[in-house]
Design a protein around this ligand. Structure first.
Ligand SMILES: [Cu+2]
Length: 224
């Protein structure tokens, strides 16, 4: 829910079993901690042990955190433990989204794309101006029923959580992982694929609110 803040999430004394990404089932995968980009969601299972266990969402790369406490009904009386945003699990096994794989039930059928677009994610000089560039960026058009691929080339030094409206996508490089917001890391390329099954005009943008406001956005537009 943050505008420009990725969080590293963990539960003290417990491991997490990730079962869904942005509402799409994944092959259940255990980890100690997860980094959650802006607009991304995860479903995790936790098998609760007896006690009062801090839950921490620590701002990645900077100070600051949000926290709560998970209590079993036989936990010691209040007050809750105060861990100041620091629990060992935050430094434990980290599961990158690239290691997640879709559950078979949510896979997109394999199909070659009807349209294969490429956009660049750029910062203009050293100013706070962000954009989507390249010959395709202003004309991401499609017809209903087509399979669309968009390759995003991140030529900037920041990562961008890229999000589609009206559609969810598969990430071929991540075994077809399904979701609607994927982080494109600095200096890397990543492709998404989706079916054009929801006619209209839809935004496709970075979910860093400041990047988006500065121009890192384009339209997905249906034509007849
Ligand atoms: Cu961005």
């Amino acid at each position: 829910a943050a505008a420009e803040t990725p969080y590293r999430f963990a539960v003290a004394g417990h491991e997490l079993t990730v079962i869904a990404a942005d509402g799409f089932d994944v092959t259940p995968t255990t980890t100690d901690t997860l980094i959650i980009g802006m607009a991304q969601r995860y479903d995790v299972l936790v098998t609760l042990k007896s006690g009062a266990w801090p839950i921490v969402a620590k701002v990645e790369g900077r100070d600051g955190y949000a926290s709560s406490v998970l209590r079993s009904n036989d936990a010691a009386p209040l007050p809750n433990p105060d861990v100041g945003g620091s629990i060992a699990e935050l430094g434990g096994r980290l599961l990158p989204e690239s290691a997640l794989r879709p559950a078979d039930s949510v896979r997109l059928e394999s199909r070659s794309p009807d349209r294969d677009y490429r956009v660049e994610l750029i910062q203009a000089g050293d100013r706070y101006v962000w954009g989507m560039a390249g010959p395709d960026a202003g004309k991401l058009v499609m017809r209903e029923g087509e399979r669309i691929r968009i390759t995003m080339a991140n030529n900037s030094t920041m990562w961008h959580p890229m999000h589609t409206h009206g559609h969810t996508f598969a990430v071929p490089e991540y075994g077809g992982l399904r979701r609607d917001t994927v982080n494109v890391l600095p200096g890397t390329e990543l492709a998404i694929e989706f079916d054009a099954d929801n006619p209209g005009e839809w935004m496709f943008h970075c979910h860093n609110a400041y990047h988006f406001e500065a121009g890192m956005t384009a339209n997905l537009r249906y034509i007849r």
